[in-house]
Design a protein around this ligand. Structure first.
Ligand code: FMN
Length: 238
C-alpha cells in the first residue's frame, strides 16, 4: 500500500511538473534532458520506503540443483544518469551472474519494441503501462524451464515495481519447486519488493535473497559491482 501511494504521489508530481514546464521549453535541449531526468529520479520511491522484506531463504538448497538460468529484461538508449548506453545496466549484472555461476542467459525482449530511447519518454511509457495494468507481449519462446532448478530473474525498477512485461512472463510461466532469485538495477529504489511480488506470482517456489545494484554503478563501476555480486552469490551458496 505504501509503495502504491508513493508511486501515485510520484506520478501526480511528475505530471504537475510537466504541466508547468513552459519555462523549460525555452532551455537548450541538453539542459532540459538533464533537468527532467533529475526531477524524475527525485520522485521515485526511496530504498528505505520500500525496504520491507519478503520471507526469503538465505541459501539455495542442493535439491533445487540442476541447471541455473538468468532471465532478465533491460533497456539501452538513454538511461538515468548514464547518458546513452549500449548495454543495459541490468544486462551487465545478468552477465556477471551468468559468468560466475555458469548459468544460461535469457533476455526478455518486447515483441514490438515500442519503448522510446529517450529517458523522459521511456519513463512516461513505463508509467502508463503500469497505470493500465498492461501486459506487453514478449518476443519468441521462453526457455524450457524444466531444465532449471534455480532461476535468477532481473529487471530495472520501473516506478517502484517490475516493468509490466515481466508480469507477462510470470503469468505465462507456471513454475513450482524452483528457487527464484530476484535482482534489480535502480536509481535509488533498491529491490522495490521484487522478492514479494515474485513470491506472490510463484507461491510454489522458494524465493532466495535478492540483490539491488545502482544502475550507475553497473554502468560505470563494474569492478565494484562484480565484487558485490560474487559475495552475494557466495552467501547464497552458489
Ligand atoms: C520507466 C522507468 C521507470 C523507472 N522507475 C524507477 C523507480 O521507480 N525507481 C528507481 O530507483 N529507478 C527507476 N528507474 C531507473 C532505472 O531503474 C535504472 O536506470 C536502471 O538501472 C535501468 O536499467 P536498464 O538499463 O537495465 O534498463 C526507472 C527508469 C525507467 C526507464
Amino acid at each position: 500500500m505504501k509503495k502504491t501511494i508513493s508511486v501515485l504521489l510520484a506520478a501526480v508530481l511528475l505530471f504537475s511538473l510537466a504541466a508547468c514546464g513552459s519555462a523549460a521549453q525555452t532551455q537548450p535541449a541538453s539542459q532540459q534532458t538533464q533537468e527532467s531526468v533529475a526531477e524524475t529520479a527525485a520522485l521515485y520511491p526511496t530504498e528505505e520506503a520500500s525496504a520491507q522484506e519478503a520471507a526469503v531463504t538465505d541459501e539455495v538448497s542442493e535439491e533445487s540443483g540442476r541447471e541455473i538460468l538468468v532471465l532478465f529484461f533491460s533497456r539501452t538508449g538513454e538511461q538515468y544518469n548514464v547518458g546513452v548506453i549500449e548495454k543495459g545496466n541490468t544486462a551487465i549484472v545478468a552477465e556477471m551472474i551468468a559468468e560466475a555461476t555458469g548459468a544460461d542467459l535469457y533476455e526478455v525482449l518486447p515483441v514490438d519494441d515500442h519503448y522510446p530511447t529517450t529517458y523522459k519518454e521511456l519513463t512516461d511509457v513505463g508509467l502508463q503501462e503500469q497505470r493500465d495494468g498492461a501486459r506487453p507481449a514478449y518476443a519468441g519462446e521462453l526457455p524450457d524451464f524444466e531444465n532449471y532448478g534455480t532461476i535468477f530473474i532481473g529487471a530495472p525498477v520501473w516506478w517502484g515495481d517490475w516493468p509490466m512485461i515481466m508480469y507477462t512472463v510470470f503469468e505465462s510461466t507456471p513454475l513450482s519447486g524452483k528457487t527464484l532469485i530476484p535482482f534489480s538495477t535502480h536509481a535509488g529504489s533498491g529491490l522495490s519488493g521484487f522478492d514479494r511480488s515474485l513470491a506472490a506470482a510463484f507461491p510454489e517456489c522458494t524465493i532466495a535473497k535478492g540483490l539491488a545494484i545502482a544502475g550507475t554503478d553497473a554502468q560505470n563501476n563494474p569492478d565494484k559491482v562484480r565484487v558485490t555480486v560474487t559475495s552475494w552469490l557466495s552467501e547464497l551458496g552458489l
